[in-house]
Design a protein around this ligand. Structure first.
Ligand code: ADP
Ligand code: MG
Ligand code: ZN
Length: 476
């Protein structure tokens, strides 16, 4: 049996974060009552005319610039014709021959090192409505709120060779879109969805195999599992001397398998032609220059800077730059107290744990980055013990209070005053002469006993490191 190599190309549909739809001024708000965000334009009434929302040009060009695409000064909307109840015009306005952005690339990190994945094109289109099938009443409903919501489709080259690479590409792309603030990246709500094209070929063969297109994966985990299953299925077919059928398959999330949905449609099935209602989109260089000047620092360069400037380990740089707000939080805290590794540790363990538990995002966090920095400093400088630090953290995370105020109010300040501690040490040693003798005689384990006694005397507020030093000095 030959060893097979998977070949994967991804089509991502990203819902653009505009307030209004792409060709009318209806709201794009998610979750509103069905059919409340609808007008004659997006309902496809005869005689109405679409007017392009300029914001979608800004968002798609910014994305193109961020992934090193060629920006096309002229692009064209076309009609993609098909019949479906959730498509009131019986055609979808999309871009076909002249997309807004041409070839580009995204660099991803893989276990074998960095890898460059080609972006074929980026184009704009409108979303369709939503069909809701009711098994109870045995009828279907159509909600047109989503009809005309702007989508950006980002098509990759078939450059990925494993499910892991596909997921790494998706994560990198999603992070870029979220950094640019052009898409909320929410896979569960469908604002970032992916169709995965996959084929296999005997390793060493140049030509690609016949591909299938997988749909209905609404998490990175689903993409990974759907691809794993489908690659296995295609390899088994070839091993049995059978052929892969070019088709669209649905991922069954419950069974973790892919199921045939329909044979693949060809482009000519859609009878594409330029939309006569929309003039060509002609960009101005001054717009592009302005949008380019507004680009934020992107995740990959920011990650590289975190490694370099703060000396963070790779996993910390990955995690902290995965979200712009989190990276901003870290940098604000590190600016307030210049101990970036310690700050990073607190964020990655305590802060993210609490945020997860409370189902909050960093931007909703009550504890300001300066507050976290102050707390890390209090522990670091020995003002409070590590244990108190964790307790104070839980408290200020919930309340947003100033950690120093909490420490004072609760009397948590550690005794780090050497002369004060020396007195207590002397007292404890004088009260336990037998233990002192045994210690001097070699029973070094008694150190724990002395420290424990001193902690008891001070109600746990002695700085344990300092107590250790003092005892050692006194008993030799
Ligand atoms: P369509 O528009 O019909 O979906 P495209 O030719 O535009 O088809 O390709 C869509 C996606 O499929 C692209 O991401 C491309 O990289 C990928 N692709 C094309 N051929 C193959 C193949 N043989 N195996 C895996 N992926 C492929
Ligand atoms: Mg496709
Ligand atoms: Zn409308």
């Amino acid at each position: 049996m030959p060893d097979y190599e998977p070949v994967i190309g991804l089509e991502v549909h990203a819902q653009l974060k505009t307030k209004t739809k792409i060709f009318c001024s209806c709201s794009t708000n998610f979750g509103d009552e069905p059919n409340t965000n609808v007008c004659p334009v997006c309902a496809g009434m005869p005689g109405v005319l679409p007017v392009l929302n300029k914001k979608v040009l800004e968002f798609s060009v910014k994305t193109g610039l961020a992934v090193n695409c060629k920006i096309n000064m002229k692009s064209l909307f076309a009609r993609k014709n098909y019949f479906y109840p959730d498509l009131p015009k019986d055609y979808q306005i999309s871009m076909y021959e002249e997309p807004i952005c041409g070839p580009g690339r995204i660099d991803i990190e893989t276990s074998a090192g960095p890898k460059r994945i080609g972006v074929t094109r980026i184009h704009l289109e409108e979303d369709a409505g939503k069909s809701i099938h009711s098994p109870v009443e045995n009828v279907s409903f159509v909600d047109l709120n989503r009809t005309g919501v702007p989508l950006m489709e980002i098509v990759s080259e078939p450059d990925m060779r494993s499910p892991e690479e596909a997921v790494a590409y998706l994560k990198a792309l999603r992070a870029i879109l979220v950094y640019l603030d052009v898409c909320d990246g929410n896979m569960e709500e469908g604002s970032f969805r992916c169709d995965a094209n996959v084929s296999v070929r005997p390793r060493g063969q140049k030509e690609f195999g016949i591909r299938t297109e997988l749909k209905n994966m609404n998490s990175f985990r689903h993409v990974q599992r759907a691809l794993e299953y489908e690659i296995g299925r295609q390899c088994d077919l070839l091993d049995d001397g059978e052929k892969v059928v070019q088709e669209t398959r649905l991922f069954d999330t419950a069974k973790s398998v892919t199921v045939a949905m329909r044979t693949k449609e060809e482009a000519n099935d859609y009878r594409y032609f330029p939309d006569p209602d929309l003039p060509p989109v002609v960009l101005r260089q001054e717009w592009i220059d302005r949008w380019a000047s507004e680009l934020p620092e992107l995740p990959a360069p920011r990650r590289a800077r975190f490694l370099e400037q703060y000396g963070l380990p790779a996993d910390a740089a990955d995690l902290l730059t995965s979200e712009r707000a989190l990276a901003d939080y870290f940098e604000a805290a590190a600016a307030a107290y210049n101990e970036p590794k310690k700050i990073a540790n607190w964020i990655m363990t305590d802060l993210l744990r609490e945020l997860n538990q409370a189902h909050l995002s960093v931007s909703d966090c009550k504890l300001a980055p300066e507050g976290l920095a102050a707390l890390v400093r209090l522990v670091d400088e020995g003002v409070i013990s590590g244990k108190s630090g964790k307790d104070v953290f839980t408290e200020v995370f919930a309340s947003g209070e100033d950690p120093e105020a909490v420490v004072k109010a609760k009397g948590l300040v550690q005794i780090s005053d050497a002369s004060a501690l020396e007195e207590i040490v002397d007292k404890v040693l004088a009260a336990n002469p037998a233990e002192v003798e045994s210690y001097k005689g070699g029973k070094k384990k008694l150190m724990g006993f002395f420290v424990g006694q001193i902690m008891r005397e001070t109600k746990g507020q002695a700085n344990p490191g300092l107590v250790n030093q003092i005892i050692q000095k006194k008993l030799g």
